[in-house]
Design a protein around this ligand. Sequence first.
Ligand code: FES
Ligand SMILES: [Fe+2]
Length: 328
Amino acid sequence: MTATPTNAPADRVPLPQQAWYVGAASSRLADAPLAIVIHGQAIVLFRDSAGRAHALHDRCPHRGVALSLGTVSEGLIACAYHGWRFDGMGRCRHIPSLRSEQPVKTAPARTYPTAERDGYVWVWTGQGAPTGQPLPIEGFDRYTWLQGATALACEAIMPIENNLDICHAAFTHPHMHPQWFRAQAAGFQPTRYELATDPGGLTVSAPGTLLRFDLPDRVTVGGSEAFRLILHHVPTMPGRCLQHWLLQREPTHEPAAPIWSDKEPEILAQDRRVLESAQRAYAQEGDAFEQSVEADATTLAARRAVRLAVQGRIAEAFPGNRSLCVLS
Ligand code: FES
Ligand SMILES: [Fe+2]
């Protein structure tokens, strides 16, 4: 058993920029442009005439109007102000006020690499070309899915920690979580679980519990044929994030086409209540007040993984599988 300090240093850092993030559920991006924000960057998503998704800086290079206010036709996005039209490479292809013999000579809009797979349009927010592809969702095409997104007024690392926090369920999720019912029946019982780190993230396991964190922002709850909830936590603005959730349903032989839900699951609303409360405390007081106990080892390990990933030192820190037992 490894004890953690009761006054752990506050070492939360913003999630890395050099990464793929969920931009939007594929089903949300149809004929109209879609405005998103990742790491404070305003981005517009749209599809070209072949259906390929593109991401541009959501600001017209002419007079600054958000391109997401515009329309898409013939694979080009047209600004709502003076009708300049841009392709997926950010190049201006048409300026209505120019006479036809006048050439279009403007600087392109910034583009972001995109990829579409496993029910999402992914956006690379880093500098330069992407390093690798978005992390696949294993077995995505073998299931049907329910999909949604919940805005949270807290830093993205907070719901990541929360979803790896075994102890909280018995208290935060009355009438919702099996651990709450168990605690009602028999009192709260600390459980021994195993925490294993690896270069991609960490795994937390205990009888009946399996949690996985994959850098930069994915938490997978469960991992069986019967149950899997996959959560991505996209940093939007300082103190805010968007939690994309994907719930595995029945097996299927059809190509996976997740069903979209606008309803916030009650169990996520219960988490949101405590997380937004904590964010208000951190915003007002800083985080030096924090204290930790042994049961916080999973959340502290996630912070550490993120911090080292931001520093480009993840392989150095987690060179191979390493595990320890801790008490929730
Ligand atoms: S501001 Fe976009 S075309 Fe003028
Ligand atoms: Fe929770």
